[in-house]
Structure formats: structure tokens, C-alpha cells
Design a protein around this ligand. Structure first.
Ligand code: GDP
Ligand code: MG
Length: 802
């Protein structure tokens, strides 16, 4: 029978994995090997995907993929037999006496953090190096190597945080990335971070690192969670068995971290008792094939020495294409590949199973054997909370409503709670403006400070609280583990537009900022899905666009603000979906990406982490204020100020702006900005834009915050309304036209245009970088602007009817 045929609550045992290639390999790595027990936990609201429990962790598979797993039902409580630890073969002897050799030239230790996704590497990195890198309770948060430096115990540590990986194959970009890193950078000591409560699967990667034969220390992380379950692990004994020191840590609080670094120093100085070279025994048949290949590899002096011959031999048996490529240049390569083919054939005859699966099976056997001797399971079921929450959150009936409710609550908090501190900052800004008006002598400098700087930067800075709250909410969703559930319930819908549930996370992250969100797309395995997700990301309304929404929604829909917000975001989502669908239909032909995604247990986010995340975003925002937005405000102000202020005239500056700035009778007094705006405006008039709106939209291309700061600059200098907030100023009657610049229909059109049009420069750069092709960046600029215009036009005409 196949795995997808079973109902919730059924327990089955894996017989074999059908299908082929990367997907099959991934399933095997995740623990789907012969004899393993799997429980069906629940079906997603639209019946697909399905959540399973295997080896005590949870994973979701699409029904079509579960169909590729052949299983037999189990009715009694038999567990599969574990191998005894006899399969552990020790070689070298123990290290010498514990002593530190302080040699100053050796005082720098390069360490690399390697582990499964979501095992706490980044938390450890942050604690150790004092950095504030982003952590989140789902896979694929770290997509790049992050470097840090700190001093400890008389040594300088260079520490690198790598993306999470389940193995060291060449299947996903992350695996390749980590392996290439190990190949080219050769860290002195590898810190293998493992999750204490999910050792079986985590130790699979360890077994590959052992094959590589590098200096290594294991951080037994999330030790607090393990203690809570009542599990007991004799980690010293386990460490001796596998020849790698194991140190329990809680990287969230920093417990055990000093101990970890002491141990790293010991290993680096070659004086840790537990360190020895161990082989993960792969059984007699496979071992003999490994030996054949290993000997051939050893006798060829040209084989690159980045990896141990044993590791290369095993990877060759697994048909790892990159490793094959690596040895291709060597003189004996053809012989080795020939021998490999012969060995694979021989093994498949004996084992009646393909070699990749057999090797994984042996490795899991090794791990199970080692754990059988060292791990005593406690009574408490830690996952019960997760299960209870999930039965609501991923429920057929409640799943989507809960999701919408959470999004609604987020926007409500962003707008409603944010409006109080916003008012305070607004008052501060207007007080500052008053002071300048009163005490500075009239002249250009006063105009620059009052209108250019305070008008521009002040207009944007008031939205800082809203942005902080939005980031706080997103960070909460990420840290708690809800994000992975959102991807889980959305998979079916995402599938309809030709994407994977995993694409959903970068999309939500896009609500914060499109740039990191586009970078997070790297964890999507399929290239075409990755590019589509990158291209539709700018339609996810980022927080820089928030000020415009807060301003216009607050002005025109004060009583339905949360709904208006949600509607805007949903319009963005719909356009993104349509775009994805079009791209799939006309540009990328469909490709099936497997939906194998881990659903981590829920974790209560630490307030500290959330606040820190929020603060680092806030600091970024403030930096942007002092940089690009300040400069842009001054430029916009200058373009608006000249040339008509060049020559002294009878009227004062204020009178000019208030009285004649919009008059078309007297074009000689037009500012440069007016000229630009009026030149472009014919294109924008059909969607209800006044020239100031057009200028603001154009000015917003470097960074979307500039839209508001530009309006702030453009709507100053009129004494009658200078003391009202920006909202009052944009709705004041324009003496030139006899009506306000922004009316309800034109505000709606403006909102939609800003939501959808050309991404900011940083986003365009990210698109080009991540897709590796400038044409995708160009596409984004043209396509998004066109779509924005069409949607704004439709909305404007519709709104005019009412
Ligand atoms: P990475 O993907 O390996 O970089 O993992 P992160 O550092 O992003 O952490 C993943 C999640 O685990 C976050 O929600 C952390 O707050 C949480 N976490 C990390 N270390 C610990 C720990 O020692 N104990 C507990 N209970 N949670 C942890
Ligand atoms: Mg990370």
C-alpha cells in the first residue's frame, strides 16, 4: 500500500521509496528508510498536503509524493530492531593528556556552524559573536554565510554561520553551498549543531561529517527542551562512541556556550579525550566496495585533498555528480568510475536495493545503535502542545479563518496601536517646525530646514512606530513556528499557481522588506519556482509603502482602516498570484517541486529576540532617514524651490507657493519639479494624478518612503495650512484648481499605483542578483509599472462612478 492511502491516526512502516532522483534522496535523508515507523497526523484544509510524524518530528508531504512511499500498516506496537553499537569501529587511540599549548601564532581558530535547518545555529552565532542576525522558527532563514569575530579564552575566534542542511549532497543549493564552503575554506573546527530532542535525524548529517574526517565538536542544542521531556542522554558516552566531543547547550540563553568554546579550544589544540577517528560502519558488503575505491583514490596523487578518500568513495557510490566532476581531471578517473560502476552493480545484486538507500539505511542503523545505548526516553510527550495548536491552526474549517484573523490582527495593531505614538511624534515634528518658523530669519536656509528637511524627513519619521509594530508581528510569526504552518495550509493554493508552499514564506516576509524576502527565496529548490517567487515578491506590500497607506487611509477611510489595509494587501497578493500564473503559463513550463518541509514544534519566542529584531529594523529605518531620504528631501525641495526663487521678486516665497504655484497662466514661475511633473502628467492624468502625486511617485523609485517625504516637501510653504498635519495639507483646497489635490477616487488610485508600481532600487538590485540576469530586473520595472497603471486606472474609474 502507499502512504497517501492512510487516514489520520494510522501507523505504518516504510517498505521502500519509489520514484527516483533528488526527491527520493531527500526522502531518504529525512528518515524514510525501510522499517521506519510513520504516523499520519493530519490533512491540510484542502486535503493536501498531509502531515506525518517520523522519528519523533513532523514533516509534510503532498499526497502525490506520499504516493511514492510504499508502506505496510502496523497494528501492534512493535518497533523496528536497532543495530547494536558493535558496528562502531574505532581506529586511532586516545589523545594525549589534557593540556593547553599556548602558541601565539596559532591563536586564531576558524570555526563553522553546521547543522540541520532550524537547529539554533544562528542563535548560537548571535550569542557567541554578539551579532543580531535574523533567527526564525522555520527552515531557510539563513541563506548566506555570516561571519563574526570574538575573543575567548585567549583565542580569537572567526565564526561562520552557514545555511541549514540535512546532508552534504549536491541536491539543494544549501547543501552545495555548505559543502563548497567546507571544501574551499577548511575551517579549523566544525561545530555540528544538533537538536537534542531530535537526535536520530540530526545525527545523519553528523555521520557524513564523520566520513569527512574533520576536527569537530557537537553542540547538543536545545538541551532545555530535552530536559523538559525527561529524556536522558549519556552524551559523554555517545561522544566517546562516535569520537566527537558533545557539549550540551541552550543557544537561546547562552547556557553551556562557554563550555562549548572551551571544548573547541581543546579539540583545536589536539588534547580532548574523546576525539578519535571513527568509521560509521556501512556493513560488510558496502565497506568492501568503499575500501576498493578508497585504495584507488589514495594511490592517485592528483585526487584533490579537500575531502577524505572515504568520503569521496561513499559519494561516488551514491552517484554524486559534483564529486564525480571533482575527480574528473585526475589521471585514474576513468578507472575509478569504472570500478565504481562495477561495485554499484555488485552491491545492487547482493542487497536487492539501490546503493544510496542502503548507505542511508546503514547510517541510520549506526545512529540507532549508538542511541540505543545512550538515550533513555522520558515519559512526557513534548509535542502534545504542538499537536493541539496544529489541530486548530491547520484545521480544515479553522485554518484559513485563523490565518486571515492573524493577518488582520497584525494590520490592526500596526495601524491602531501605532497611531498613538505616531501622534506624539507628529506633535514633536510640528513643534520643531514652529520653532524654526519663529526663530530663524527669513531666507533660503530657513526654507530649506523648515520645508525641505522637517517637511520631508519629519513626514516619514512619524511612521516609525507602525513599522516597528509590523516587524514585531512578523518576527513573532517567524519565531513561534506559525510561518511554517502558513506555508503548509497554503501549499495547495500555491500549487494552483504553479508554486510550492515554501514560496509562501518569502512572500509574507516581503511585507517587511522585499530585499531579504527575495534573498530568502534561495531555499526554494526548483529554479523556475525560485525565479517566479522572486518576481512576484515586489507585489507584497513592503513596510516602506506603509507610510503612504497610513497617510491616505487615515485621511480618507479613518473608520475602516484595518479593512482598507487588508484590502490593499490582498490586492497585492492577487496581482502576485495572477503574475505567477501568467509566468507559469507563458514563460516557465511547469515543473514539479516536492513538498518536503519540516514543521518545527512551536516555540514561544523570547521577548528579547523579538524586541531586538524590531529594534534592528528600527535602526535601519532611522539610518535610511538620515541618508537617502534626507538627501532626496533636499533634492526635491531644491527642485521645487528653483528657479523661481533665483530672482528676488515683489512677493514673498510663501505667497508665490500659495498663490500661483499651480497657475498655468504664468508658466515662467514654474519650478523644475513642476516642469517635470507637468511633462509626465499627461500619462498619469487618466488615473487621477495631480502633478504633485506624479512627482511623488517618480521620486519614490529610489526608496518608497520618499513618496511621503516628497508630499511633505511639496505641501509646505503655505502659511494657512502649515500648522495642520500632512493629512490636512493634502486635502486642502488647491487655489489653482479650486478643489483638493487628493479626493477619495484619486487617493484610491494613488494607493494602488504605489502598491504595485516599479520596485525600489534595492529590490531591483536584489532581483538581478538572485536571478543572475539583469533582464529579470528590467522586466520587473516595466511589467510592474504597467500593471500598476492598469489597476489604478480601473480603480479610479470605478471609484468615480460612486
Ligand atoms: P537556525 O535555522 O539553525 O539558524 O536556527 P535559529 O537560530 O534561527 O533558531 C531556530 C529556532 O529555535 C528559533 O525559534 C530559536 O528561538 C529556537 N532556539 C534556538 N536555540 C534554542 C535552544 O537552545 N532552546 C530552545 N528552546 N529554543 C531554541
Ligand atoms: Mg539560521
Amino acid at each position: 500500500m502507499r502512504l497517501n492511502e492512510f487516514k489520520t491516526g494510522d501507523k505504518v512502516k516504510v517498505v521502500k521509496i519509489l520514484g527516483h532522483g533528488a526527491f527520493r534522496k531527500r526522502l531518504i535523508e529525512m528518515g524514510f528508510v525501510r522499517g521506519r515507523e510513520v504516523e499520519v497526523l493530519l490533512h491540510a484544509p484542502l486535503r493536501d498536503p498531509i502531515k506525518y510524524s517520523i522519528m519523533g518530528y513532523e514533516v509534510s508531504l503532498r499526497s502525490s509524493e506520499a504516493h511514492l512511499i510504499e508502506v505496510t500498516p502496523i497494528h501492534d506496537n512493535t518497533t523496528y530492531s536497532t543495530k547494536s553499537s558493535e558496528s562502531i569501529v574505532a581506529s586511532d587511540t586516545d589523545c594525549a593528556e589534557h593540556q593547553h599549548v599556548y602558541d601565539s601564532s596559532r591563536h586564531t581558530i576558524n570555526i563553522a556552524l553546521i547543522g540541520n535547518p532550524n537547529c539554533g545555529k544562528t542563535s548560537l552565532f548571535n550569542i557567541a559573536s554578539g551579532a543580531h542576525e535574523h533567527v526564525g522558527n522555520y527552515s531557510g532563514v539563513t541563506v548566506d554565510a555570516k561571519k563574526g569575530t570574538f575573543k575567548y579564552g585567549g583565542y580569537t575566534f572567526n565564526i561562520v554561520d552557514l545555511p541549514g542542511t540535512y546532508s552534504l549532497d549536491s541536491y539543494s543549493p544549501e547543501e552545495l553551498y555548505v559543502r563548497r564552503y567546507l571544501k574551499t575554506e577548511t575551517p579549523d573546527v566544525i561545530v555540528n549543531v544538533v537538536v537534542a530532542s531530535n537526535l536520530e535525524r540530526n545525527l545523519y548529517l553528523t555521520s557524513e561529517l564523520i566520513d569527512m574526517d574533520r576536527s569537530m565538536v557537537i553542540a547538543l542544542n536545545m538541551y532545555d527542551e530535552m530536559e523538559r521531556t525527561g529524556d536522558h542522554l549519556d552524551y559523554n558516552l555517545l561522544g566517546e562512541m562516535i569520537g566527537v566531543p558533545i557539549v550540551p547547550t541552550v543557544s537561546r540563553t547562552g547556557e553551556g556556550v562557554n563550555n562549548l568554546f572551551d571544548t573547541i579550544i581543546d579539540v583545536y589544540e589536539d588534547c580532548h579525550r574523546a576525539v578519535r577517528h571513527v568509521h560509521v560502519n556501512l556493513g560488510r558488503d558496502i565497506e568492501s566496495s568503499v575500501t576498493v575505491l578508497k585504495d584507488m583514490l589514495k594511490s592517485d596523487k592528483h585526487i584533490p585533498a579537500h575531502f577524505s578518500p572515504r568520503y569521496i568513495a561513499i559519494k561516488l557510490l551514491e552517484h554524486d555528480s559534483e564529486v564525480e566532476h571533482m575527480i574528473k581531471e585526475c589521471p585514474t578517473a576513468a578507472d575509478i568510475i569504472g570500478a565504481r560502476d562495477a561495485e554499484v552493480k555488485r552491491l545492487e545484486n547482493i542487497l536487492d536495493e539501490d546503493v544510496t538507500a542502503a548507505i542511508a539505511s546503514e547510517k541510520y542503523g549506526f545512529i540507532a545503535g549508538a542511541l540505543a545505548e545512550t538515550l533513555t526516553k522520558g515519559e512526557t510527550d513534548t509535542n502534545s502542545n504542538t499537536r493541539i495548536i496544529d489541530s486548530f491552526v491547520t484545521n480544515k474549517l479553522f485554518g484559513f479563518p485563523i490565518f486571515l484573523l492573524i493577518m488582520f490582527a497584525t494590520f490592526w495593531a500596526t495601524f491602531e496601536i501605532g497611531s498613538y505614538p505616531m501622534e506624539w511624534i507628529e506633535q514633536l515634528v510640528s513643534w520643531l517646525s514652529d520653532v524654526v518658523q519663529k526663530f530663524m530669519p527669513d531666507g533660503m536656509l530657513k526654507d530649506l530646514i523648515a520645508d525641505g528637511i522637517i517637511g520631508g524627513v519629519g513626514g516619514v519619521i512619524v511612521f516609525l512606530p507602525n513599522i516597528l509594530i509590523l516587524y514585531f508581528c512578523i518576527s513573532f510569526m517567524e519565531d513561534s513556528g506559525y510561518m511554517a504552518r502558513a506555508a503548509f495550509i497554503m501549499d495547495k493554493l500555491m500549487h494552483r499557481i504553479g508554486l510550492h508552499g515554501k514560496s509562501f514564506i518569502p512572500l509574507i516576509m516581503g511585507f517587511g522588506c522585499n530585499v531579504p524576502a527575495i534573498m530568502a527565496c534561495r531555499s526554494i529548490e526548483s529554479r523556475s519556482s525560485r525565479i517566479i517567487t522572486v518576481l512576484i515578491n515586489p507585489f507584497m506590500s513592503c513596510s516602506a509603502r506603509l507610510p503612504i497607506y497610513v497617510l491616505l487611509i487615515g485621511t480618507f477611510f479613518p473608520r475602516h482602516s484595518s479593512i482598507a489595509f487588508l484590502t490593499l494587501y490582498i490586492i497585492g497578493i492577487i496581482v502576485a498570484m495572477l503574475t505567477a500564473k501568467l509566468l507559469r503559463k507563458f514563460y516557465f513550463k511547469a515543473d514539479e517541486t516536492p513538498f518536503v518541509m519540516e514543521l518545527p514544534p512551536y516555540r514561544i519566542p523570547t521577548l528579547k529576540a523579538s524586541l531586538r529584531h524590531m529594534w534592528s529594523k528600527g535602526a535601519q529605518y532611522l539610518k535610511k532617514m538620515g541618508g537617502v531620504i534626507l538627501v532626496a528631501s533636499i533634492v526635491v525641495w531644491a527642485l521645487n524651490y528653483f528657479p523661481r526663487h533665483d530672482k528676488p521678486s515683489g512677493t514673498t516665497a510663501n505667497e508665490v507657493v500659495a498663490g500661483t504655484s499651480d497657475s498655468d497662466i504664468n508658466p515662467a514661475t514654474d519650478s523644475y519639479l513642476q516642469m517635470i511633473g507637468k511633462a509626465v502628467n499627461p500619462v498619469m492624468e487618466p488615473i487621477g494624478f495631480h502633478w504633485r502625486a506624479t512627482v511623488a511617485a517618480v521620486a519614490g523609485i529610489p526608496a518608497k518612503e520618499i513618496v511621503v517625504s516628497t508630499l511633505g516637501v511639496l505641501y509646505t510653504g503655505n502659511e494657512d495650512i502649515d500648522n495642520t498635519s500632512l493629512s490636512g495639507r493634502i486635502t486642502a483646497l488647491n487655489p489653482a484648481t479650486g478643489q483638493p489635490d487628493f479626493t477619495m477616487p484619486s487617493a484610491i488610485s494613488f494607493l494602488i499605483f504605489i502598491l504595485l508600481y516599479c520596485p525600489c532600487i534595492a529590490t531591483i538590485v536584489a532581483i538581478v542578483k538572485e536571478t543572475g540576469d539583469w533582464r529579470y530586473g528590467a522586466f520587473s520595472i516595466v511589467y510592474n509599472t504597467l500593471v500598476a497603471w492598469i489597476f489604478a486606472f480601473a480603480a479610479y474609474r470605478l471609484a468615480l462612478l460612486f
